[in-house]
Design a protein around this ligand. Sequence first.
Ligand code: BTN
Length: 268
Amino acid sequence: MSEHPEALSAERLRMALGERAFQFLETTSSTNDVAQRWAANGAPHGAVVVAEFQTEGRGRFGRRWQAPSGTALLFSVVLYLAHLSILPVRYGMAAAVSVRSALIELLGLDPSVVKLKWPNDIQLHGRKVCGILLEPLWRGASLEAIIVGVGINVRVPLDELGLRAIATNLEPYCRAPIDRALLLADILKRLDFWSENAESSALFQTWRAALNMLGKRVQAADATTGQQIVAGQALDVGEDGALLVRTDDGQIHRVFAGEVTLQGPKVE
Ligand code: BTN
């Protein structure tokens, strides 16, 4: 059991989440696994799985996602697709925008220091504070649901995990200790709204406006091999989530996946 005074519990989550269907686990392999199984067995839309600790938490590109018990907000939400033509990436945008606005409006963080790193990382003062993992749930050949896994660093011992250079925590930047159950409830309300409006131009524009790299020089690399895919100026993003990169020879490349890093000062 976690020792922290705001340790999560089923009771605390019930109070915060009201009628929403949820599962709370002290320890599990990955909340995404539990949400996948629950969705395959009829979880309602918006159902959420929350854990204090994951033994096999995972990030994008098969990376590990680590956080000792009680130090992070770890959850996965089941979102059924309203119709087949919705692009799954729109749910990633919805999740990123929901977390960012909760950090700003609920926790009082300054919008200028809470930015999105394409596609959906949330950075605080330039370091990663939240990661989002989208996983599809197929029924036969049709995509039935998206599992949206979210990990937020609240008070993770970054030095112990060797993550200090690239990651940060929420709590040091907040006026009061964080109540993760209330933070979760706030994020989920926002996600209800944005997932209902997943195809809206308002969602796309809100996501686009929060990105930290438009206009700057970037490099996109294959996340597994580290090999460069393209380097140039990040011109814009598309409604389909693609990052548009203009190389020095003037060609425009659409990047759909990969690790994108900033390379240098803004190109005017
Ligand atoms: C990333 O940035 O690579 C995405 C990280 C997503 C981590 C969360 S923690 C809750 C959920 N369960 C998992 O196993 N992963 C996601």
